[in-house]
Design a protein around this ligand. Structure first.
Ligand SMILES: NC(=O)c1ccc[n+]([C@@H]2O[C@H](COP(=O)([O-])OP(=O)(O)OC[C@H]3O[C@@H](n4cnc5c(N)ncnc54)[C@H](O)[C@@H]3O)[C@@H](O)[C@H]2O)c1
Length: 263
């Protein structure tokens, strides 16, 4: 639908990743103005190379764990003439990012407090700071919506055996932050309702990103659909949540997981 997001100005954190970059592409095609943000680096560069010439696209460097940067982000965007009415708390330390180049994935017993706190800082404290800034700068001034990004591993535990022998695993801090972010959604939904702001959580399932045939087989057995998701299938639901058609939804958790959570 070309005009599904007409009139929407969408601010996205962590926009350069597998899902974020898909949202940017799909939202621009659906008629939104897109304010992308991410840490500086190759993901940010790829976004600006792809969309930099589009008048409906802007990019801002933003570390969601940096309080001063978050506190000025909406004022910067508004100072440049755009007013975001949709905000996506999408940035996260995911398994791949935690592992880093060449490092092996830590077992639970070897998980350091610094990795735990780094994950909390980005995934949960960062989401809180963005939401708090939205409250200060946007909520009550004009109608707006916040979408917090959780995961299939927020309210369901991983089947740890599917990770045996794999270079990556699920990790505890990730699940804890993703459950916590839905708590933030529930808290804010009632708090913002009278000021005409809605807030929902999306919980994507396992998204294919070059995984081995063996991993796809193992995880596919746990999913009603029998396979991993394509990024565009998560974007389909995300675009709906960003659109006016979701206007009567607030405080909800939307699972887009091929039925993983439905068995
Ligand atoms: N891909 C999946 O299978 C999957 C499944 C469930 C949930 N999710 C969630 O969807 C969201 C997007 O995931 P993805 O697959 O695109 O992940 P990704 O790792 O490809 O992208 C994450 C992005 O967040 C950015 N980021 C990390 N730390 C940041 C910080 N401090 N400040 C700003 N940006 C930061 C990274 O630079 C990266 O661009 C995440 O919240 C993730 O937890 C993904």
């Amino acid at each position: 639908m070309h005009d599904q997001l007409a009139g929407r100005t969408v601010f996205i954190t962590g926009s350069g990743g597998v899902l974020g970059s898909t949202y940017v592409r799909r939202m621009l095609a659906a008629g939104a103005r897109v304010v992308a943000s991410d840490l500086p680096g190759h993901r940010a560069d790829a976004l600006t190379e792809t969309h930099g010439d589009n008048d409906n696209f802007r990019f801002y460097e933003l570390d969601v764990g940096d309080e001063a940067q978050v506190e000025s982000i909406f004022q910067r965007i508004m100072g440049d003439g755009w007013e975001p009415n949709v905000v996506l708390n999408n940035a996260a330390i995911t398994g791949e990012l935690l592992m880093g180049a060449g490092k092996s994935f830590p077992d639970f017993a070897d998980t350091s407090v610094s990795d735990w706190e780094r994950t909390m800082r980005t995934n949960l404290t960062g989401a809180f700071m963005v939401a708090r800034q939205m409250d200060r700068d946007i909520v009550g001034r004009y109608p707006a919506t916040l979408i917090n990004v959780a995961s299939m591993y927020a309210l369901n535990g991983p089947h740890h055996r599917i990770y045996e022998g794999m270079p990556f695993k699920s990790f505890s801090a990730y699940s804890a932050t993703k459950a916590g972010i839905h708590g933030l959604t529930l808290w804010l939904a009632g708090y913002w309702a009278e000021r005409k702001a809605t807030v929902n959580t999306i919980a994507p399932g396992a998204v294919f990103n070059g995984h081995s045939d063996e991993f796809q087989r193992r995880v596919g057995e746990l999913i009603m659909a029998g396979r991993m998701a394509q990024p565009d299938e998560i974007a389909d639901a995300m675009l709906f949540l960003c659109s006016a058609q979701a206007g009567y939804m607030t405080g909800q958790l939307v699972n887009v997981d091929g039925g993983f959570s439905g068995w």
